[in-house]
Design a protein around this ligand. Structure first.
Ligand code: PHE
Length: 338
């Protein structure tokens, strides 16, 4: 006759072998080997046995415990492996993965990043202003007469409330001076809007980098040196640069800047890139009026300002024939700059 402990052990081993899930297996472990499990209680039972019986049953108890522990571990391992395998069953590892398309910066953004990096090296900080502006920021504060043609509805997008889409980024000159006293050395990249006839070189929305430098002895020489350094850094040391006298209401004297470079596709042609000049005293005076102080005393301070055509610059730099390509989102175009 088998000892009851042997019977317990055998039924434990049989049930363990038949178990199909991990929680049932844990229940078996508790039932047989837990603190009051049916095999464990034999540990107490032994004390009641005779001297002769004790070693025999003790040995049997040890063997049973070891056998059941080993069986629990083995079955546990098998069930865990099964669970993991079935979790992966629906995944076809031989399928090709989903490719993630890597994006790239828009050519105008690349152009802007390059330009900003050069101006930063010269100590210019970034400034900004809104695209929707008042007439005062866009024209009055910039010494632009009420009958100036730019204020015409044919040239400027007006909103029903009388505000407008800024026609140039020079508005940021005024905003910057209004918010801080001199010295000022900022660039302000951004969009501007004009009611132009749209063609390969004109778009209703275009981009400029405005620059403003005000300090106690800024000269035309500083203006010329800054623009020349910038353009040669960007377009190459051999770039030729020309300053042509021009008129802007908010600068005096004023110039337009042209470049020519054999390194560029445009070759021997002069291309107009920027307007610039020395800040007109009337602009300082209007800023003072708005500030309610005399921080921009035209007797004490002078400054230069410029507005660079960014789309134009990017078209030259990347040899792009049509300004409309910048806003058409055609991937065949954009991928060429990735
Ligand atoms: N705002 C002028 C334009 O858009 C350019 C400019 C800026 C001229 C600063 C002089 C000084 O044409």
């Amino acid at each position: 006759m088998p000892h009851p402990l042997e019977e317990l052990r055998d039924s434990a081993l049989r049930e363990i072998a038949e178990t199909q899930d991990e929680s049932a297996l844990e229940a078996l472990r508790v039932r047989y080997l837990g603190r009051s499990g049916s095999i464990s209680v034999w540990g107490e039972q032994i004390k009641t046995l005779s001297k002769e019986e004790r070693p025999v049953v003790g040995k049997l108890l040890n063997e049973s415990r070891n056998a059941v522990t080993a069986a629990l571990a083995e079955t546990g391992e098998r069930l865990r492996a099964q669970r993991e395998a079935s979790a992966l069953a629906d995944i076809d590892l031989s399928l090709p993965g989903t490719a993630t398309e890597i994006g790239a910066l828009h050519p105008l953004t690349q152009m802007l990043d390059r330009a900003i990096a050069i101006f930063r090296r010269m100590g210019f900080a970034l400034a900004e202003g809104p695209d929707v502006e008042t007439e005062w920021y866009c024209f009055d504060a910039l010494n632009t007469a009420p009958d100036h043609p730019a204020r015409n509805e044919q040239d400027t997008f007006f909103l029903p409330d009388g505000r407008l889409l800024r026609t140039h980024t020079s508005t940021v000159q005024v905003r910057t001076m209004q918010s801080a006293p001199p010295p000022i050395r900022v660039i302000a990249p951004g969009a501007a809007y004009r009611r132009d006839e749209v063609d390969a070189t004109h778009s209703a929305q275009f981009h400029q980098i405005e620059g403003l430098y005000v300090d106690d002895s800024v000269t035309v020489g500083d203006l010329k040196g800054t623009i020349e350094f910038f353009l040669r850094e960007l377009l190459g040391a051999k770039t030729e640069i020309r300053f042509r006298p021009h008129f802007f209401p908010f600068t005096e004297p004023s110039f337009e800047v042209d470049v020519k470079s054999k390194a560029l596709k445009s070759g021997e042609k002069w291309l107009e890139l920027a307007g610039c000049g020395m800040v007109h005293p009337a602009v300082f005076e209007e800023v003072n009026r708005a500030r309610g102080d005399t921080a921009y005393d035209p007797e004490k301070y002078s400054g230069f300002a410029f507005g660079l055509g960014m789309d134009r610059l990017a078209m030259i730099l990347f040899d792009i024939p049509d300004i409309r390509l910048f806003s058409q989102n055609d991937l065949r175009f954009l991928r060429q700059f990735a």
